[in-house]
Ligand binder design. Structure first.
Ligand code: G6Q
Length: 550
């Protein structure tokens, strides 16, 4: 057995779990009128209510013991101080330096990275200002009206999610589009709406080797040159209509991108942690650099909290530990996220990558297979849509699915009673998930509806809700850039805390890298009819089927 599973803090939690498993949260709330005050925290305008969890004082104490045993505070400092904690790639994980709004230096191999960070932020400002105020002109002398980000994974999900979330701040004169999928449909459908003369493509790729992104970028380039009838001076057209964000400056120049339009970032920024870097350029273009910097401020505020708050008052630490409590002790395999804010509709997809790519690991930092579960699957949809679909399984299914509910007090779009109804639904769901409906309550309800005898008894079990389903609720004033920055950094740090306890590296992604190799093996076989397949029978059969029916 691993050290973690044999450790005193783990044992204590296992023992405690056996005792608390049978206690219903109804009882916990009845027995402690101060439960909300005790189990909620405020940071700026963010309220974190974790009282609807299957915990008591002792649980929190034991979970904090687990964090201390794993030396979470030491690891936090390691990360912020630029140690190469991404050990399989020999890299630091310094996304926090990108939003370091203090004048503290951040040293990497003895060199302060902050001057470079500030330099690139300055370049992003001048470029985004010029595009937004119409001074930056395309090949035919027209200002830019549409930007198209071409990138995938970490070079797509973050900027896309943030642009959608900050739409109320967007320029009326600039539309943002995102093309990620290699499926030609994605690019084709996007281009249909665009005028090449007023379109700027941003090729976002940390490595600038990603097949999907480079293929999409090449096709976009061909479209641009054709539409602008610029075959003879295609280099000039590309120079005006393409920008790039990458760590691989040699490759961006080979593609023909004007060096003035290339924005750099560094290998110490992981893809899924990169929206704070130049990868955020589409955000700066769409909402303006001032708003982008407010997002950074929000991330920084959460960083300061994470670094300085005691563990038992530390929101990312508590959220991470609660995930471990359910994943490792109650056997939960999924974590749902429900934003009751339409602007956050891509937040669950963004978190899916953040959590599942970071903590989807089967060996510990020393390469030993773990004998405990690690990352959970993450999914969700904006409220109230999810309520009319899959909430059923959470209410009455057999599995425990802890869920996070996020909601603003104020809407950007006050419209009659809409927002009050939205919030009422959010609160009502967490209440119902916690309370459930007892057999007595269900019986009384059915009787009140005039049902009796056999008919009532037949329906009764279907109308019972066990409740005792854990939820966190995050309430904020309004979805502004600062709050969004806090929320994103909160989840990043939650994921980090869990990785520390599980003793895994959250900053590599060998499973994702594998996908990049695999398609390369099969592509030549699809291109060439004479190629002999050398795979398993199923894959050979599928290749042959394509060859025969193409
Ligand atoms: C993120 C992952 C992955 C990556 C994409 C795109 O953490 O590593 O999602 O972002 O594969 O990679 P490039 O930015 O190098 O094109």
């Amino acid at each position: 057995m691993s050290k973690l599973v044999e450790s005193p803090a783990w044992h204590a939690l296992k023992f405690h779990h056996a005792a608390i498993e049978t206690i219903h949260m109804r009882q916990m709330f009845q027995g402690d009128p101060m439960r909300f005050d005790k189990f909620s925290l405020k940071l700026g305008n963010l309220l974190f209510d974790y009282s609807k969890n299957r915990i008591n004082d002792q649980t929190v104490k034991l979970l904090i013991d687990l964090a201390e045993q794993a030396r979470v505070p030491v690891w936090i400092e390691r990360m912020f101080n630029g140690e190469k904690i991404n050990s399989t790639e020999q890299r630091a994980a310094l996304h926090t330096a990108l939003r370091n709004r203090s004048d503290r230096p951040v040293l990497l191999d003895g060199k302060d990275v902050m001057p470079d960070v500030r330099r690139v932020l300055g370049l992003m400002r001048s470029f985004s200002d010029a595009v937004r105020n119409g001074k930056y002109l395309g090949h035919t002398g027209m200002p830019i009206t549409d930007i198209v980000n071409i990138g995938i994974g970490g070079s797509d999900l973050g900027p896309l999610m943030v642009c959608e979330a900050l739409k109320p701040h967007a320029s009326q004169n600039l539309r943002a589009h995102f093309v990620s999928n290699i499926d030609g449909t994605h690019l084709t459908e996007t281009l249909k709406k665009l005028d090449a003369a007023t379109t700027l493509f941003i090729v976002s790729s940390k490595t600038f080797t990603t097949q999907e992104t480079l293929t999409n970028a090449s096709s976009a380039r061909a479209w641009l040159v054709e539409k602008l009838d610029a075959k003879t001076d295609d280099e000039q057209a590309v120079a005006k209509h393409f920008a790039a964000i990458s760590t691989n400056l040699a490759a961006t120049s080979k593609f023909g991108i004007n060096p003035h339009n290339v924005f750099e970032f560094w290998d110490w920024v992981g893809g899924r942690y990169s929206l704070w870097s130049a990868i955020g350029l589409p955000i700066a273009l769409y909402v303006g650099m001032d708003i982008f910097e407010e997002l950074l401020d929000g991330g920084y505020a959460m960083d300061e909290h994470f670094r300085s708050a005691p563990l038992d008052m530390n929101i990312p630490v508590l959220m991470g530990l609660l995930g471990i409590w359910y994943g490792n002790f109650f056997g939960a395999g999924a974590n749902a996220v429900f934003p009751y804010d339409q602007y956050l509709y891509r937040f669950p997809a963004y978190l899916q990558q953040l959590e599942m790519e970071s903590n989807g690991k089967r060996v510990d930092r020393d390469g030993n297979p773990v004998d405990y579960d690690t990352g959970m699957s993450v999914w969700g949809e904006p409220g109230t849509n999810g309520q009319h679909a899959f909430y059923q399984l959470i209410h009455q299914g057999t599995r425990m699915i802890p869920a996070d509910f996020l909601a603003p007090l104020h809407s950007h779009n006050p419209l009659g009673e809409h927002h009050a109804i939205l919030l009422a639904n959010c609160y009502a769901q967490t209440e119902a998930l916690m309370l459930g409906k007892t057999i007595e309550e269900a019986r009384a309800e059915l009787e009140a509806q005039g049902l009796h005898g056999e008919a009532l008894e037949a329906l009764l079990p279907h109308k019972v809700f066990p409740g005792n389903k854990p939820t966190n609720t995050l309430i904020f004033d309004k979805l502004d850039p600062h709050t969004l920055g806090m929320l994103i950094a909160l989840y990043e740090h939650k994921v980090f805390v869990q990785s520390v306890v599980w003793n895994i590296n959250p900053f590599d992604q060998w499973g994702v890298e594998l996908g990049k190799q695999l398609a390369g093996n099969i592509l030549p076989e699809l291109r060439d009819v004479t190629f002999t397949s050398r795979h398993d029978a199923s894959t050979n059969g599928l290749v042959d089927y394509y060859q025969k029916h193409r």
